[in-house]
Design a protein around this ligand. Structure first.
Ligand SMILES: [Zn+2]
Length: 257
């Protein structure tokens, strides 16, 4: 079973569903830790590239390290949908204080809205993944990049070492250049930014990027509060069977209790 997909950047190719042998990839804790799990899975299920879009893989097979996060995630969703079908069931706790009911929800993965890479962004990406903006408070011109697979691999380590300075670590990671600020002074410059400038920059990252929107609205069946949540992706995303078994166990133990 295979299918042709068109990613947000224009990259297109043929994917197949996951096979049992990929279970090894999903269960490998070391791969999960360094972020390599996703690369292995994408490589295994990507059968051929039909249009390289904005990427230059030469005459080699696709290099997922070069591929934009938006394309990677889009491909993962398609592989998941092709393997197990388009429905994705998960459970989250209601956010209302005093309710906290466990909400079981199901979505149709292909219904998640996605944004294509704009012409403007395609040009900036082709020009060395260099995006320019001007910060409103400091008036400084900065250049930043869209995250690729190679960057994604560094994120777990970055998050671990950032501690309570995650925002400045993330900004410093993505900003390649600041007008009139030397490389070694950049981190200090970023820590001295106003929150408004930082917020603006994060919005700019999102504005020029492509990908799948994973913020969804759900309603609690108990208190009827609607709430926006970030779609949870747990290991069960790629092993829905395990989730099913866990639920059955929960149910049978609550019958017994
Ligand atoms: Zn509730």
């Amino acid at each position: 079973m295979s299918e042709i997909i068109n990613c947000p950047s224009g990259l297109s190719g043929r994917i197949r569903g996951m096979k049992v042998r990929e279970e090894r990839i999903l269960a490998d804790r070391k791969l999960a830790k360094n972020g390599g799990q996703v690369d292995h899975l994408l490589s295994a299920c990507w059968e051929e590239t039909l249009n390289a879009g904005p990427y230059d893989f030469g005459d080699k097979v696709i290099d997922w390290g070069q591929v934009l996060q938006g394309d990677r995630f889009y491909s993962l969703l398609q592989i998941r949908a092709l393997t197990y079908g388009p429905e994705y069931a998960f459970a989250v706790n209601c956010q209302s204080d005093g309710c906290r009911t466990r909400i079981e929800w199901e979505i149709n993965l292909p219904d998640l809205p996605f944004r294509a890479l704009s012409e403007e962004s395609l040009a900036a990406f082709a020009d060395g993944n260099r995006f320019e903006t001007v910060l409103p408070d400091s008036g400084k011109r900065v250049w930043f990049r869209l995250l690729t697979g190679a960057d994604e691999r560094k994120l777990p380590q970055l998050k671990r070492s950032a501690g309570d300075k995650l925002l400045s670590a993330m900004l410093a990671f993505r900003v390649n250049e600041v007008e009139g600020v030397e490389t070694r002074e950049r981190r200090k410059f970023i820590e001295d930014l106003t929150m408004r400038d930082a917020d603006f920059l994060v919005d700019e990252f999102d504005r020029v990027d492509c990908g799948v929107d994973t913020t969804i609205e759900i309603e609690c069946p108990e208190c009827f509060a609607t709430q926006e949540i970030e779609l949870p992706f747990e290991r069960t995303f790629f092993m829905p069977g395990r989730e099913r078994m866990a639920r059955r166990r929960d149910r049978s133990s609550s019958f017994l209790g």
